[in-house]
Design a protein around this ligand. Sequence first.
Ligand code: ZN
Length: 463
Amino acid sequence: MPELPEVETVKNIIEPLIKNKTISSIEIFYNNLIKSNIDDFKNNLLNQTFLNVTRYGKYLFLHLTNNLVLIVHLRMEGKFRYVENDNFRIKSTSLIFYFKDGTGLAFDDTRKFGIMYLSTEDKFKELEMIKKLGYEPFDVNSNNINDIYKKFNKKKPIKLLLLDQTILTGIGNIYADETLYLSKINPLTLGSELNNEDINQIVENSKKILRKAINLGGSTIHSFHPGVGIDGKFQESLLCYGKEGEKCPRCQTRFHKIFLNKRGTTFCPNCQINHELQKAIGITGPIGSGKSTALKYLEELGYLTFSADEMVHELYNETYIQNKISKILKFKFVYSDKNSRNYARKIMIENPTLKTQVEDYIYPLLEDKMLNIIKNNENVVFEVPLLFKAHFEYMFKKIFVIIVNKDKQISNLNSRNHANDLNSIKINSDFNYNKDNKNIIIIENNSSLADFFEKIQENINKD
Ligand SMILES: [Zn+2]
């Protein structure tokens, strides 16, 4: 659906084309387009001349002689088409204004949601559909921001409040997602949970995004084109909208998509944290650091514990997953067959791109499983060796990173008969973690077990 920048672009395109053009006749092919009296519409517009075009929110106002104002809302796919040749009517045409000079203006609308309403200069602003519109983001300033604070103070997700045209007008799905992404606010956050600073951020970012989009001629998404043969360029600058499954350019976490009142909503779960979901404890660290020991200890303390490795094993046991991996690796992958597993490992070591493809397939499946557990349980602890690599940081209120010195690491592995794992120490010793994450707690496991448990105990209770 065209939003403020697209409607502004339409305004800028049609105004010079129809200025000073006088209507000689009107053909209406879809009566429901006209929301005011259809006879008055025809009779009053006949012989009138277009003067200029203005816009408010997503509404266009075509001002004419005789104090007439034609209100237009493009809705889903309505578009104007200036006609100079004979092709006045195409399949989706709902209406044509013919001008005295032989040109014309057609209104094409495949979905037939667009509306037109004929009013007058003294009355059009008082019409309910116009009067109820809120401020355009550009008009929000220190004098009226209190109004916005008040109107956003509702127990409703901020994404829906942003789409509510009676609070701010002009923002639709695309620019709401972009604004929240830039503001680092989760779309599910209730308006009442936002402080004034958050709202200032949202307003300022929406201005920034809308301005940039206007300068680029809006976004050409789906079938919206501001004019024939004219495409907006902002879609190339979109950071978040429509990027489900792609990686966030800021943090590399996979973009998620949810539906809010049937509106698709894309966001980065890591940049736009949902604090309701951020409630599990994560345990990670290099191989042989003592992650499983820590997990077992927390299980004894009454926590609900899960091993991500085991969850991955469960996934690999699924036939549809083996089929998908067979496709990626181009050989028949059978998880229960040790030779097949070893061969898969060999291929992935030799070809890191394929390894990434397998990970990009498996991680989201694991992520969904983990989120499901977190949503439905309290006091959950996950042991996740690949926590940082898979960008799962956002799920955890605390992340225990267990570190050990080399000697301890080797003795841990020996004591567990992990002879094979010794070879992989080199690979795993470059275990990296995001040091900026404030939820990370480093736990050293270089002395006794009692000492290790004490450190865990101490940190788990800390707020
Ligand atoms: Zn991000």
